[in-house]
Design a binder for this molecule. Structure first.
Ligand code: DGL
Length: 265
């Protein structure tokens, strides 16, 4: 079973991409809605939550962990790889590999939460592979709440996107990374604002593609990955907005189950 966690329902963009790339594999998802957002929290707190979320997924039978939250991937992936007894994947590295593997003039924009941009994870990873590239980060803290409110095509959302992307436009970037799980839902608006000629990389799709390749190369792991049974979607709080966002992402009814634990026993 593939265990996926995020700070909320945004990581379902990753779950959906994995579902498409790996049909028939069983998924268990956990969205930490009671403690979202992670993007404005300290690295220490995000690491603590990431470990708790992973332990929950392991209890549910996860044989692989996917960190489907850029903020958690930015600050907690090393720690989780050290502590967990299963392979750990995260959304940042595959997106970085896409950035460097496709033709680029080396002017890269990254948009994400404050935690992701502050960690400079994308910049560090890109520069390790391509020291000649220039990377420009732009935190976009208002976009997550707009997605959660379902304001996907409102005038206000367009205005805020325009404001956030303005400095990246001035930097004359040729590639833009959507470094947050919620942003794929705004991809059309972002693409039209930044310009059709700019390559937009969706970190959710990048991880799904990389996981599929990894499993092809590790048939032994595929044998033990259980696939029987329904996918399960757990959250630490159930709200109507989350239910609506989940259904918007999957395009079907999703049964959000409340995780039973100390915070909601
Ligand atoms: N899932 C988070 C991310 O990708 C966005 C929401 C949050 O700030 O918790 O960074």
């Amino acid at each position: 079973m593939i265990g996926i966690f995020d700070s909320g329902v945004g990581g379902m963009t990753v779950a959906r991409a994995i579902e498409k790339n790996l049909p028939g594999r069983r998924l268990v998802y956990f969205g930490d809605l009671a403690r979202t957002p992670y993007g404005s929290k300290s690295a220490r707190t995000i690491r603590k939550y990431a470990l708790e979320n992973s332990e929950f997924l392991l209890q549910k039978g996860a044989e692989i962990i996917v960190i489907a939250c850029n903020s958690a991937a930015s600050v907690a992936s090393g720690m989780l790889r050290d502590k967990l007894p299963v392979p750990v994947f995260e959304v940042v590295t595959p997106a970085v590999r896409q950035v460097v593997s496709m033709g680029s003039r080396g002017r890269i924009g990254i948009i994400g939460t404050r935690a992701t941009i502050k960690s400079q994870i994308y910049e560090d990873k890109i520069k390790k592979l391509r020291p000649d590239f220039q990377v420009f980060g732009q935190p976009c803290p208002l976009l997550v709440p707009l997605v959660e409110e379902g304001w996907l095509n409102k005038r206000e959302t367009k205005m805020i996107i325009r404001r956030y992307l303005h400095s990246l436009k001035l930097k004359n970037i040729d590639t833009l990374v959507l470094g947050c799980t919620h942003y794929p839902l705004l991809k059309k608006l972002i693409q039209s604002r930044i310009g059709r000629q700019i390559r937009v990389i969706d970190s959710s799709r990048a991880i799904a593609a990389e996981l599929a390749v990894f499993l092809q190369k590790h048939p032994n792991l595929v044998k033990i990955l259980s696939s029987a049974g329904e996918n399960e979607y757990y959250v630490s709080d159930v709200t109507e907005a989350a239910q609506a966002t989940a259904e918007r992402i999957f395009g079907r009814r999703i049964n959000l189950q409340l995780r039973q634990g100390k915070d909601n026993a």
